[in-house]
Design a protein around this ligand. Structure first.
Ligand code: DHB
Ligand code: FE
Length: 282
């Protein structure tokens, strides 16, 4: 069976793409953010996963407000990036793993998650920037399976439902008849609000409690409704649902995972940034 080695989570701000393109990692503004990544890259170098299953939210590149699936799974051989208007370089396509995609899709439908399947899917900064952060080399060494969760247009899926989706994806990966190693990613958050009266809103206390909960009490955030999460983390802070999906895919209980490394830094652009790597230990 395939081996699920652990989970990664990070914020996915477009301006990070520009900082990477311009080589600003050591710049005083960027250094405290980029310094969170080398220990995680060293772990990835050791573990050498073959495939990354990526929970992220599209921001209008592939799905627009007229057609908005709650959950969508990519099933393509490759995924193209395109100009979103942020002024960041468009990246070459990422290689897919249609075999794992279809296994996950079949397994999810079996587990009563009726997902949209996408044999063509553009991937935005929420997919491309995190992959570049974890694997900065020219050619990304992992195959990918994108899983999109709507956090753009209400109604959004509840934290409880997203955690359950993560669990179902974890079960699917564990039942994949393959020798490959799989890592699960969640991208987005942490607290931020880009528009409206509370633009610039950040909640460090909540973010740190949330990060802590992923190690020791992964269901903690499922006590909150979407409206409570918006109140606590901002309208775009609900992207932390992606971290919850990632954690759902791993073992439950505090002893099931080991924190490889985590970092929290405020702000990058309008966002409280976090990064975390969890190793599956049982
Ligand atoms: C920013 C944050 C996001 O999550 C995003 O998708 C776009 C922009 C920001 O802080 O600039
Ligand atoms: Fe975002």
């Amino acid at each position: 069976m395939a081996k699920l080695i652990g989970g990664l989570a990070t914020s996915h701000i477009p301006s990070i793409g520009n900082a990477i393109a311009k080589g600003l990692q050591q710049d005083p503004y960027w250094k405290p953010f980029f310094d969170g990544f080398p220990p995680i890259r060293a772990w990835l170098e050791e573990q050498k996963p073959d495939v990354a299953v990526v929970f992220y939210n599209d921001h209008g590149l592939n799905f627009f407000l007229d057609k908005m699936p709650t959950f969508a799974v990519g099933a393509a051989a490759e995924y193209h990036n395109a100009d979103e208007g942020w002024g960041i370089p468009t990246l070459p396509p990422h290689r897919g793993s249609p075999e794992l995609s279809w296994h996950i899709i079949n397994s999810l439908i079996d587990q009563e998650f009726d997902v949209v399947t996408c044999q063509e899917m553009l991937v935005d900064h929420a997919f491309t920037v995190p992959l570049k952060l974890f694997w900065p080399q020219e050619a990304c060494p992992v195959l990918t399976v994108p899983i999109c969760i709507n956090t753009v247009q209400f109604p959004l899926p509840s934290a409880k439902r997203v955690y359950a989706l993560g669990k179902a994806v974890g079960a699917a990966i564990q039942s994949w008849k393959s020798e490959q190693k799989v890592v699960v990613l969640g991208t987005g958050g942490l607290s931020h609000q880009l528009d409206g009266e509370r633009a610039g809103f950040i909640n460090k206390d909540f973010d740190l409690k949330f990060m802590q909960s992923l190690q020791s009490n992964p269901e903690w955030a499922t006590q909150y409704s979407i409206h409570e999460l918006v109140e606590k983390t901002g309208t775009q802070g609900v992207e932390l649902l992606m971290w919850l999906a990632m954690r759902g895919a791993l073992s439950t209980g505090g002893s099931g995972v080991r924190t490889v490394h985590s970092n929290y830094h405020i702000p990058i652009s309008n966002t409280a940034t976090g990064v975390m790597a969890l190793e599956q230990v049982d």
